[in-house]
Design a protein around this ligand. Structure first.
Ligand code: MN
Length: 384
């Protein structure tokens, strides 16, 4: 029996993970946590009967208690509640699919409790990669990637010697604005940006995908997860999203992982690793998939990619500042307060206020995040 906690259970990854659980009698859901969707969370509690369920939004607590009063699940709320859900005793794996830096505390908590971490929250590694990876080593905890590209890389390097790895080729769909120039992006709206060609995901990551910030964050995520230098990671636009990433070895061999663009595949792989089990993910029909194409990203139009790379190279709190600034800018864009191109401009502007460096403490990460957000909200709101 696999005892699993799902944090971010009402989001895109969370709901797909629960679909997998529903179809596998060997998966037991021990605890759940969601941000604010009481209706869906209470349905999930009814179906999976976890020991603990957390609603992060404290104002929704009494509503959830009322909805589930006939059930024995312990209802908790707020940040303390998420910590309680992440530390639930019976679980041996924690799937962290919280969005944003809000996922960092649960990541740390799960590792300290020696739970296997199934990581969909890339921001944990972007903001505090060194701290998280060191903590995982100290606690003997493995981190299994859920992000599709990282799951692909993880599968491609399985059984290989790390020193023989020469390059990671990280694929990107290019998002809805692929091929467009800055001039054509001036009046792009929220609904244009939310139309992702291949993947059905949450709003924040879909916008990140349109700006290519998502790829920048994923490059940083890969540096930490696989302990490789950033110059050994090459982003490539692959419109079809059939190859989920590739790895090149010292002999010139390139190994790729292919599959249909369906997150249930990497989620299922992470849950069952090191085993492979039959999954409910859609199959890629090799005779029906279109020709596979590869292209270099347009770094000039999609500035976020270079902003992320340079923030990582500067080091210190810069990646955390980048992420905080981006979360704030995407939030403003999703509330129609700023234009699409303002996202990158605001992040760039905010980053000017941070110095690079080496190792940082966790409190410095949170301080940088807060400072970067404040700068973006202040500047962003003055634009509208
Ligand atoms: Mn991804």
């Amino acid at each position: 029996m696999k005892n699993i906690t799902v944090l971010g259970s009402t989001g895109s990854i969370g709901t797909q993970a629960l679909q997998i659980a529903e179809n596998d009698e060997n998966i037991n859901i021990c605890s759940l946590a969601a941000k604010s969707n009481v209706k869906l969370l209470s349905q999930q509690i009814r179906k999976f009967k976890p020991n603990i369920a957390c609603i992060a939004d404290k104002e929704k607590y009494s509503e959830l208690v009322l909805e589930t009063k006939d059930l024995s699940t312990k209802i908790v709320c707020g940040e303390e509640g998420i910590i309680e859900a992440a530390s639930e005793k019976q679980s041996d794996s924690v799937l962290n699919s919280v969005v944003g830096i809000a996922g960092l505390v649960p990541t740390i908590c799960a590792i300290k409790e020696k739970k296997r971490l199934l990581l969909a929250n890339k921001e944990s590694l972007v903001c505090a990669g060194k701290i998280v990876m060191q903590l995982a080593r100290d606690n003997g905890v493995s981190i299994i990637p859920v992000d599709s590209e990282h799951s692909a890389i993880f599968q491609c390097i399985n059984g290989e010697k790390k020193e023989k790895l020469q390059r990671i080729i990280l694929t990107a769909s290019g998002g809805p604005f692929y091929g467009k120039k800055r001039q054509e992006l001036l009046d792009k709206t929220k609904s244009d940006a939310l139309k992702h060609p291949n993947w059905d995901m949450g709003a924040k990551i879909t916008i990140d995908s349109a700006t290519l910030m998502n790829k920048g964050l994923e490059i940083i995520e890969a540096c930490h997860l696989f302990d490789v230098e950033i110059d050994k990671i090459t982003p490539v636009i692959h419109r079809q999203s059939i190859i989920h990433s590739m790895v090149e070895f010292c002999d010139g061999s390139i190994i790729a992982q292919l599959g249909s663009p369906d997150m249930r595949l990497p989620i299922s792989y992470a849950i069952n690793y090191p085993e492979r089990k039959k999954s409910i993910a859609n199959r890629a029909d090799i005779f029906k998939i279109p020709a596979l194409t590869f292209d270099t990203p347009d770094f000039d139009t999609f500035k976020c990619l270079n902003l992320a790379i340079s923030a990582y190279k500067k080091g210190g709190v810069c990646p955390a500042a980048l992420n905080g600034a981006n979360e704030a800018a995407v939030d403003l864009f999703l509330h129609d307060k700023i234009k699409f191109l303002d996202i990158a401009d605001l992040v760039e502007e905010a980053l000017k206020n941070f110095d690079g460096g080496n190792d940082v403490a966790l409190n410095e990460v949170f301080d940088a995040d807060k400072k970067a957000r404040n700068i973006v909200y202040e500047k962003g709101l003055s634009l509208c």
